[in-house]
Write a protein that binds this ligand. Structure first.
Ligand SMILES: [Zn+2]
Length: 122
């Protein structure tokens, strides 16, 4: 692991520690006095994890989508085609996520396609 990766990993650990503390405080307020069942603690904690997962998925897809140019090469005929970003809701294992994705349309082949994410699409 290089220095930048270590720095990011340390930062994530600290932010997650803070998030766990805030989530625990929210749980304590919502559950009130008394002893909650363990499944109440686990379910509330799992909800926080799913919420984080959806945020990471959304950010990561937006990063990947932003890397695309406004044109892409058709995988069939190698024609340069216009590409645009669209918003779409998908249901991930952690719940609904609003995604931005780039779609190109080839007028020659009369079909839409997803440009490759390796940066060689154009
Ligand atoms: Zn084509």
């Amino acid at each position: 692991m290089d220095a930048k990766q270590q720095e990011l990993d340390d930062r994530l650990a600290e932010i997650l520690r803070q998030a766990a503390d805030v989530a625990s405080q929210i749980q304590r307020r919502e559950q009130g006095p008394g002893t909650p069942h363990y499944d109440q603690i686990e379910t509330a904690a799992h909800d926080v994890g799913q919420r984080l997962s959806r945020m990471v998925q959304q950010d990561r897809i937006a990063q990947v989508s932003a890397n695309h140019a406004t044109e892409a090469v058709c995988p069939e005929c190698r024609n340069k085609c216009p590409a645009e970003s669209n918003s779409r809701q998908v249901t991930s294992v952690d719940g609904p996520v609003e995604l931005m994705e780039t779609v190109a349309f080839c007028g020659r082949c009369r079909r839409s396609f997803f440009p490759s994410t390796d940066g060689t699409g154009i």
